[in-house]
Design a protein around this ligand. Structure first.
Ligand code: GDP
Length: 348
């Protein structure tokens, strides 16, 4: 008993010590590789920081993490508030940890800067999963732009994978472009829906059906069960109208109940089928490669913009051109070209 208490005190003081110290990159990398949750959380905090020295350190850690070979599955989960995302993730995550998996839950919530956020804001969500030693839950990073939030989440995925998490769940709400952003960072995209009174197909944002690899009709329980089954048929019919996916996968429709833990394992089995099929036909790797290349191109675009806005002389030139365009003295296209020619001259 006394020994246990001493060990506990020692480990608490070690954690406190770790918190106080400005950990070296090597210590952080070591901690991540050991699967230390506190260190993983600290590394993610570095990613989210706006301090240049933290940015440098985070990048050094990413570099080390990238060389570690990992096999993971990244799953995006979306649905309107109230559909049952957190209830679903709680029971789905627990199913996976019971199967011996390590599960990380991240979120992309573009509203988190303005309000407290729609998802993962309060600690009461996913209470059981949060206590599971094989689960790691991190709320959405805040950021002025969705691009910034996306970058931080993508890099958090790399850290989580290096820490041994083999299933990464990325949750998002249907706000703005957040679904597209999450779709561009995952292997499998799951849309959670509710059955309604015959209007299942209404109110779905354009493009979201096309992105979904599966639709799960949640709350298929009690009085709702019959309606959920009807919705299943209706969605399945609607999905058939879309052109087949390049990877050969036919999107599936299932129903589930997060509160009654029904249909959850079936969703996992379906995802495993998807992964197996995509690994075999080469689309798994191909998709990740395309995602990485797109991410790089986006990053280049963003950094060019940043570079432009940071330089005062460029802004002055732009202002001059803007006035000239406003007065119809120069065509917008020619003005843009002249501006860029001038910038190129200044950069030489
Ligand atoms: P989120 O906003 O999408 O994360 O939704 P929540 O997980 O917070 O769920 C919203 C409400 O729906 C809560 O009151 C849940 O208890 C309830 N709920 C979630 N899943 C189910 C389900 O499968 N069946 C039923 N009957 N209620 C559910």
């Amino acid at each position: 008993m006394l020994i246990k208490k001493t060990i506990l005190i020692a480990s608490i003081s070690k954690i406190k010590q770790l918190r106080k110290q400005d950990m070296s990159t090597a210590t952080l990398v070591e901690g991540i590789f050991e699967g230390n949750k506190a260190i993983l959380a600290r590394a993610i905090t570095l990613l989210e920081s706006s301090k240049p020295e933290h940015f440098e350190k985070a990048n050094a850690i990413i570099e080390k993490c990238l060389v570690k070979p990992v096999k993971s599955i990244r799953i995006g989960i979306t649905g309107v508030p109230g559909v049952g995302k957190s209830s679903f993730i709680e029971v789905f995550g627990k199913t996976l940890t019971d199967l011996g998996k390590k599960v990380a839950v991240l979120a992309v919530d573009p509203t988190s800067t303005l309000s407290k956020g729609s998802i993962l804001g309060d600690k009461t969500r996913m209470e059981t999963l949060a206590k599971d030693p094989n689960a790691f839950i991190r709320p959405s990073p805040s950021g002025e732009s969705l691009g910034g939030v996306a970058r931080k989440t993508r890099e958090s995925i790399i850290f989580c994978e290096a820490a041994g998490y083999d299933v990464i769940l990325v949750e998002t709400v249907g706000v703005g472009q957040s679904e597209t952003v999450v779709h561009s960072m995952v292997d499998f995209f799951l849309l959670l829906k509710l059955s309604g009174a015959g209007d299942e197909l209404q109110g779905i944002k354009r493009g979201i059906m096309e992105m979904a690899d599966a639709i799960a009709i949640n709350k298929a329980d009690g009085d709702n069960l019959k309606r959920a089954k009807l919705a299943e048929t209706e969605f399945a019919r609607a999905l058939h109208l879309y052109p087949p996916k390049e990877n050969g996968w036919t999107p599936k429709v299932l129903s589930c109940s997060a509160t009654e833990n029904n249909g959850i394992i079936e969703i996992w089995k379906m995802i495993q089928d998807f992964i197996a099929q995509n690994l075999e036909n080469g689309h798994f790797e191909k998709n990740r490669e395309i995602q990485n290349k797109n991410w790089f191109l986006q990053a280049v675009d963003e950094q060019i913009k940043q570079l432009f806005h940071q330089k005062k002389s460029f802004k002055t030139m732009q202002q001059k051109m803007l006035t000239a365009v406003g007065q119809n003295k120069i065509s917008p296209f020619y003005a843009a070209k002249t501006l860029l020619d001038n910038i190129a001259k200044e950069l030489k």
